[in-house]
Design a protein around this ligand. Sequence first.
Ligand code: NZQ
Ligand code: ZN
Length: 385
Amino acid sequence: MLDFNFVNPTHILFGKGKIAEIKERIPAASRVLITYGRGSVKKNGTLDEVLVALSDHTVFEFGGIEPNPSYETLMQAVDMIQTNSIDFLLAVGGGSVIDGTKFIAAAAVFEGDPWDILEKHGEGVLKALPFGSVLTLPATGSEMNSGGVVTRISLQAKLVFMSPYVFPLFSVLDPEKTYTLPSRQIGNGVVDAFAHVVEQYVTYPVNGKVQDRFAEGLLLTLIEEGPKALANPKDYEVRSNLMWTATMALNGLIGAGVPQDWTTHMIGHELTAMHGLDHAQTLAVILPNLLTVCKQNKREKLLQYAERVWDLKEGESDQRIGTAIDKTRNFFEQMQVKTHLSDYGIGKDSIPRLLEQLQAHGLNSLGEQQDVTPDVSKRILERCL
Ligand code: NZQ
Ligand code: ZN
């Protein structure tokens, strides 16, 4: 196992009715800015529930954070914070609202140009406003991690930042709040969490037995429960298991002490920035092809994945690996997320510009061995058509 430091300070409030407890988690004298997206939380009553819980607090609202939150929109919230002396943030929504709120929390107290937060991937962040979240879409793990992804529309740049100052203080995970998700977002959430686990698991072995067994448990849960959520959207047990799985998939636990390969995500961010695909759609397209192109580096873990996750124990090794990758793709399709660029109207002519953008963002040596060069990324993308 590799060396690691691990800490996760986020307090999780899991279960029905847990929104009521947020009033005890936010200091009574706070001036709270509630951030949300384009209206789902208004329509389904989640915002009202939050407002009831905070009826003794001074609250302001900032709505309109878009999927793949933009720097342009988030900076408007930063202005609002300064005008109204806000000192606590509460994100109510999916990964985009939580990521956006992390950026707002850091930018509001950042000395210098807030764009540096993203360009330097969080390096210069020395403090942030305190914030909590009420999660409505299990997918990203943002509710219990210290990362965020923000797009600057004017530059077609979708950049990741990380900082220990942007862990949420608390996150409410009430599975009932996910009942109103459209099937597209149920599928997206399952695929995103699946990709997060694979990117921390299908690399090379370091004998991280706990990390491997946890990762396999999360993948098996997604495979078992994901299709049930599409079939029975109001099954509380199914939603609970999916919600906790997505959180555990990217809260630092399974990635501590093991190599990681974020190639699929990095290429995916360029696809979203250029063509507007949903985050998980990009992953469903890229991940099976990344596994195929990089199968030599990943051989041992792919065989372990084939055996322990897909129960493939017979036959020749290459064949088992090929079948495991096919099953991965079929699972994404079963979750109603398409797996070819052509499904989204994107052709070969986009590849040169995607590669240029990857290079412009310094992503020239991706992968657990840093050997996914632009040429390898090109081979991956050519298989995605
Ligand atoms: O905007 P509203 O009206 O709220 O609607 C949203 C949005 O249209 C809707 N939605 C959310 N909860 C709902 C609901 N609709 C009905 N009922 C509910 N309960 O779903 C749509 C998508 O929401 P979004 O927040 O964009 O989705 P997701 O949670 O998948 O977040 C995606 C973003 O997270 C980033 C992605 O890059 C992308 O920008 N990621 C963040 C990560 C992190 N912080 O660690 C890691 C991930 O890999 C990912 O990169
Ligand atoms: Zn993701």
